[in-house]
Design a protein around this ligand. Sequence first.
Ligand code: SAM
Length: 184
Amino acid sequence: MSNKHHVCPVAIAGWLDNRVRRLYQNPRRILKPYVQEGMTVLDVGCGPGFFSVDMAQMVGKSGLVIAVDLHEAMLQKVRDKIIGTKLEKRIKLHKCEENKIGVSDDVDFVLLFYMVHEVLDKKRFFEEIKEILKPKGQIFIVEPPCHVLKSAFKRNIKKAVDVGFKDFKGPNMLFHKTAILKKG
Ligand SMILES: C[S@@+](CC[C@H](N)C(=O)[O-])C[C@H]1O[C@@H](n2cnc3c(N)ncnc32)[C@H](O)[C@@H]1O
């Protein structure tokens, strides 16, 4: 990995998955408008799986969550949570490369939560997602309040628009920047 300082360290996994976060960012409440039973969903930069595990419950037996991260140690945290449970079969863990997601399944929904700013080649990243997103699929992007300035957020969304996505207003999430992208 070339630019380690860009990427959220495994040591902060505890900050990303705890009861307090669940109070103000309840995964089911946030994702209810987008994730339905039977869907195949992609959680890129899944970290310790704060959203992946709830999404696996939401997609049900007939659905699939592909949880992707650069760090094997993050994926291990997800594995530890689901091992021996019914969710084990519903979550496929995938370690990606810095500049290649490397998933070939067609997906209905892509979650990019607190991670787009960490991606080095954003154009290439969005192009790769475009290849596997189904025609009516959606991408949901959420970026943090202070860490990512509005100007940087807009620049990143423009990169997605440049590769052919349409930008729709995301839901209101206090101080956060959000967007929904659909295929043009
Ligand atoms: C701030 S964490 C967010 C984790 C999770 N989405 C959440 O909201 O709890 C960012 C995650 O993205 C991962 N990441 C960074 N760049 C990535 C890339 N190019 N491809 C896949 N994962 C990446 C990091 O390893 C880290 O686990």
